[in-house]
Design a protein. Structure first.
Length: 153
């Protein structure tokens, strides 16, 4: 079921950390696979358990924003302890996403590309630009619509 070898590791940059610009999904999956194997946790990584763990981590991420309004949620200083806590929760969600892909043996990049193609069909930009959904009757600002005609123009 596993697509990459346990030897796959994300390549660190000069600071010892890997970056989005350098690491591939395959490398990150390898890091996760190695982490699990080193601890003999495969027996705990049933898809059901991983999905539940991912949901719990997503809830912990939501908790970081629970009492903030939209403006406050966007104004968290990037170098603050709160921003670091948020990054850790996002990383936890990502770890479990990688673990599920490893356990089920599917190509995460292909799944993402297929899902985005479905989303483009389901939510055409001309119809949804600046709007949440079909029932959203809020006025569309010209900058959100890309032109002065609004959504669907």
């Amino acid at each position: 079921m596993n697509e990459q070898s346990p030897d796959d590791e994300a390549k660190p940059d000069a600071s010892g950390a890997s970056s989005d610009a350098q690491a591939t999904i395959a490398e990150l999956r390898g890091v996760m696979r190695t982490f699990v194997a080193e601890r003999n946790w495969q027996k705990f990584h049933a898809p059901k358990n991983l999905a539940m763990a991912l949901a719990i981590e997503a809830a912990e991420l939501m908790e970081r924003f629970q009492w903030l309004d939209v403006a406050e949620s966007r104004a968290i200083p990037p170098n603050s302890a709160e921003a670091e806590a948020i990054r850790e929760e996002v990383a936890d969600v990502f770890c479990y996403t990688l673990a599920i892909a490893n356990e089920l043996g599917f190509d995460l990049s292909q799944a993402f590309v297929r899902k985005m193609a479905k989303n483009r069909q389901k939510y055409p930009a001309e119809e949804y630009r600046g709007r949440y959904g079909k029932g959203d009757d809020r006025p569309v600002e010209p900058s959100a619509a890309g032109e002065s005609g609004g959504a669907g123009a």
